[in-house]
Ligand binder design. Structure first.
Ligand SMILES: CC(C)(COP(=O)(O)OP(=O)(O)OC[C@H]1O[C@@H](n2cnc3c(N)ncnc32)[C@H](O)[C@@H]1OP(=O)(O)O)[C@@H](O)C(=O)NCCC(=O)NCCS
Length: 363
C-alpha cells in the first residue's frame, strides 16, 4: 500500500486510529492539528483512510530528527506496515539533512523494540517515569548512513594508542588502495615512529603532516602535501623550550627529506572544492581535523576522508573511544555537513589546515 503525507482531511481518522492503538499518552486532536499545520513536522500515513501513521519532528538548526509516534491499526498488524513507514521516514529525514533519528519507546513494548532494533536503532538511555502511567522509556537512536559512502568503501582500522590516529587513518587509506593487504599493529607503530615529532603538551606527540607524507612516500605511494601555512605544526601547543627544539629539529629534517623525494609542501586554503578535485584525481585523503567539533576537546586528529557528495563529507574516524557524536559509537562514514567542514579542518589558534594525499604511483 502506498505511503503518503497526511493532510488536514485526515485529522478525524488519525485521532480515531490513535485511540485504537494507545491507551495512554495519546496525541490529542489539538496536537495532531498542530502537527498537520506546521511545515516543520511530517506525518506519513498508509491508506486512503489512514490505517497506520508515523510522525516525524524536525527542529531547525539541528541534524537530529525524532520519530515522535508510530502506530498501526490492530487489524493490520504483522503485515510489514510499520517497517514500511519507518523506512520511508528515514528517507524523508535524510532528504531534510537529518543525520540522526531518535525515538522513545516503552521499556516493555517488545514488538516495537524488536522492529527498531532490526532497523539498526540502538539504545542510548533509559528514562525513568517517562510515561503518564509512570512507566520507563528506552531512548533509541540511529545514525542515517548515506548510500554513497556506504556502497563505496569499507576499510576501517581503529587506532590502538591515543597517539596513532595518523597511522590508523593512513592504514585505512592504504588498505583501500591495496585491497587484500593485511596491516597489523606493528605497521601502525612503525608508521608512527617514522612520522611523529615526538612531543606534545603531554604524552607522546602524534604524526605531523610532513612526517606522514614522508612515511607514505617511503612506502612507494605517490604523495602530495597540502597545508594552509608553512608554520611548524603543533609547536605552539608545547611550552617547554627543549621540546620545542626537538619538534623543530625533526620538522626540518622531514622537510629536507620531502625535498629529496620531490614532494612540495603546497600552501593552499584546503576547501571542499579542492578536496573533491583531489579525489577525482584518484587520491586518498588523510585530513587533519580539530576534534573540537566532535567532542568539544581540542586536539589535532587524523581521519580518512572516505567520500563526498553534494551535502556531506564522510570520514572514517580511527578513534573509537572519543569520537562521540552524541551517542553513536559508529566511526565509519560519519557524515559531516559540508558547511561545517571549514571549522572541523582548522586546528589551533592559527587554524592550521593540512591534508596528506596518496595514490598508487602512475607509470
Ligand atoms: C509496534 C507496531 C507499530 C508494529 O506494527 P506492525 O505493522 O505490526 O509491524 P511490522 O509488521 O512492520 O513488523 C515489523 C517488525 O516489528 C517486530 N514485531 C512486530 N510485531 C511483533 C510482535 N507481535 N512480536 C514481536 N515482534 C514484533 C518484528 O521485528 C517485525 O519484523 P519481522 O516481521 O521481520 O519479524 C504496532 O504493533 C503498533 O501499532 N503497536 C501499538 C502502538 C505502538 O506501540 N507504537 C510504537 C510506539 S514507540
Amino acid at each position: 500500500m502506498a505511503i503518503r503525507p497526511a493532510t488536514r482531511a485526515d485529522l478525524d481518522a488519525l485521532v480515531a486510529l490513535e485511540n485504537r492503538c494507545f491507551t495512554s499518552d495519546r496525541i490529542s486532536r489539538r496536537s495532531f492539528r498542530h502537527f498537520l499545520e506546521t511545515e516543520q513536522n511530517q506525518i506519513l500515513v498508509i491508506g486512503d483512510t489512514p490505517l497506520a501513521y508515523v510522525l516525524l519532528l524536525f527542529r531547525r538548526g539541528t541534524s537530529l530528527a525524532r520519530i515522535y509516534s508510530l502506530a498501526v491499526d490492530p487489524s493490520c498488524r504483522g503485515q510489514g506496515l510499520a517497517r514500511q513507514l519507518m523506512t520511508e521516514a528515514e528517507t524523508v529525514a535524510m532528504n531534510r539533512d537529518a543525520l540522526f533519528l531518535r525515538l522513545e519507546v516503552a521499556i516493555h513494548n517488545q514488538s516495537a523494540i524488536a522492529l527498531y532494533e532490526s532497523l539498526g536503532y540502538r539504545p542510548i538511555k533509559r528514562i525513568e517515569e517517562y510515561y503518564e502511567d509512570g512507566g520507563d522509556a528506552l531512548r533509541l537512536e540511529k545514525r542515517l548512513a548515506r548510500d554513497l559512502a556506504k556502497s563505496k568503501r569499507s576499510s576501517f582500522y581503529a587506532q590502538t594508542t591515543e597517539f596513532t590516529c595518523g597511522p590508523a587513518a593512513a592504514i585505512m587509506a592504504m588498505s583501500h588502495l591495496e585491497p587484500g593487504r593485511q596491516f597489523s599493529r606493528i605497521d601502525e607503530i612503525d608508521l608512527w615512529r617514522e612520522a611523529t615529532t615526538v612531543f606534545m603538551t603531554r604524552g607522546h606527540g602524534g604524526c605531523s603532516p610532513q612526517g606522514l607524507a614522508l612515511a607514505l612516500s617511503n612506502r612507494g605511494f605517490d604523495v602530495r602535501l597540502l597545508q594552509s601555512s608553512d608554520r611548524i605544526p603543533f609547536i605552539d601547543s608545547v611550552r617547554n623550550p627543549e621540546k620545542k627544539q626537538v619538534i623543530e629539529l625533526i620538522h626540518n629534517h622531514f622537510v629536507e627529506s620531502l625535498g629529496r623525494n620531490a614532494i612540495d609542501q603546497e600552501v593552499t586554503t584546503i576547501d571542499s572544492r579542492q578536496l573533491r578535485q583531489c579525489m577525482a584525481e584518484g587520491y586518498e585523503i588523510l585530513l587533519l581535523i580539530s576534534t573540537y567539533q566532535l567532542n568539544r576537546n581540542k586536539a589535532p586528529h587524523w581521519v580518512w576522508l572516505v567520500a563526498m557528495d553534494d551535502r556531506f563529507a564522510y570520514i572514517n574516524d580511527p578513534d573509537v573511544d572519543s569520537a562521540e557524536l552524541r551517542s553513536a559509537i559508529d566511526n565509519v562514514h560519519m557524515p559531516i555537513p559540508l558547511a561545517k567542514l571549514p571549522t572541523l579542518l582548522g586546528y589551533g589558534t592559527h587554524t592550521y589546515r593540512a591534508a596528506v594525499l596518496l595514490r598508487q604511483p602512475r607509470d
